[in-house]
Design a protein around this ligand. Structure first.
Ligand code: UDP
Ligand code: MG
Length: 335
């Protein structure tokens, strides 16, 4: 009998667990497949992990992988995928923004032969204006310069066939942008439109403040960010130069020239200084990425696992880290 795995990253989702499992029970009942639910606790500070652990006693489908700290959603998903054994693997959020009822539709397409089925949000009305604007700007930029094209409104809510998961698990990079990876993987895929609902309980882990704090933490803990800061300074200096230029243009038109050639000299110096800083900063971005890859740190560290079948558990115990050679409990290479 084919197996369906759900992979659910969780960071402080305690308040959503009861509602989530109630909806999953109903949805999985209709799936017509054996199922396992791989929950990845991404360093929650609330009792998410304790409640998941307690639940494994009553629910034989439940598998719990606890990361040793908060590694972020992209990494939590990567960890979950290494532990999932299903022939089809569905990724979803724990906050019920991804309706479990869609799993049936995913499976129908999977049975038709699609290797990847992704949910496409029809609009972004559950998000703040600022976030919508930032997301819009990002996607426009990515569409222009990205080496893969991201389907509009497609996120992490998707089904991956075993073949796709195996390739995903073999990817060695540390710097993870899952949406880009899914697009890069290719395979026969199809989008299914859906309506995003509001978060069931709790708040989004992805607010702007968190990203900002993360940036500050990064500066303190690692040394690559000072390289990157130059691109930001470069933009500021260049904008200043343009503003300065416009100011002198208008001033010269109204009041006439005081020292000939002086303003244009200043503008040129500032503009080119800015451009040089931007280019240095961009080189810094790539050097920073190379530093992260060269260190070859594991993707994540596992602190504990629960609910895995005995055979899988021992291998899981041997696999504390997610390096490229570590295929998780499915892997034969680590045994
Ligand atoms: N999440 C995670 N680690 C984090 C932040 C979030 O595993 O550092 C999980 C979270 O528990 C949820 C999913 O990722 O299941 C989506 O997070 P969230 O709802 O905060 O993001 P949004 O819906 O706002 O994109
Ligand atoms: Mg959410």
């Amino acid at each position: 009998m084919p197996l369906l795995s759900l992979v659910i990253p969780m960071h402080n989702e305690s308040a959503n667990l009861d509602a989530l499992f109630a909806r999953l029970d109903a949805a999985l009942g209709r799936a017509g497949m054996a199922a396992e639910i791989v929950c990845v606790d991404d360093g929650s500070l609330d009792d998410t992990l304790a409640r998941l652990k307690a639940r494994t006693a009553q629910d034989p489908r439940l598998r719990v992988v606890a990361l040793s700290r908060n590694f972020g959603k992209e990494i939590a998903v990567a960890a979950g995928l290494r532990f999932a054994r299903g022939d089809a693997v569905v990724l979803m959020d724990a906050d019920l923004q991804h309706p479990p009822e869609m799993i049936e539709t995913f499976l129908a397409h999977w049975r038709e032969g699609y290797r990847m089925v992704y949910a496409q949000r029809t609009d972004r009305r559950t998000e703040t204006k600022r976030r919508r604007w930032a997301a819009g700007a990002f996607y426009r930029l990515f569409a222009r310069i990205g080496e893969v094209s991201l389907p509009e409104g497609a996120g992490d809510f998707r089904l991956l066939d075993r073949a796709v998961v195996d390739v995903f698990n073999s990817l060695g990079e540390r710097t993870r942008f899952n949406k880009g990876l899914y697009a890069w993987l290719g395979f026969k895929q199809i989008g299914v439109p859906y309506d995003v609902t509001e978060r069931n309980a709790g708040t989004s882990g992805w607010n702007f403040l968190k990203l900002y704090r993360l940036a500050i933490d990064g500066i303190v803990a690692f040394t690559t960010v000072p390289l990157r800061i130059w691109s930001f300074l470069g933009v500021i200096v260049s904008l200043g130069a343009i503003g300065y230029g416009i100011y002198f243009l208008i001033k010269t038109l109204i009041l006439g020239i005081d020292v000939p050639g002086y303003p244009s000299l200043i503008v040129a110096i500032m503009l080119f200084a800015g451009i040089q800083l931007i280019s240095l900063g961009i080189i810094g971005e790539y050097v920073a990425l190379m530093v992260a890859e060269v260190k070859r740190r594991p993707l994540y560290v596992i602190s504990e696992t629960h609910g895995f079948p005995a055979a899988q558990e021992t291998v899981a115990g041997k696999a504390p880290a997610g390096g490229p050679d570590d295929q998780g409990p499915r892997g034969r290479r680590i045994a």
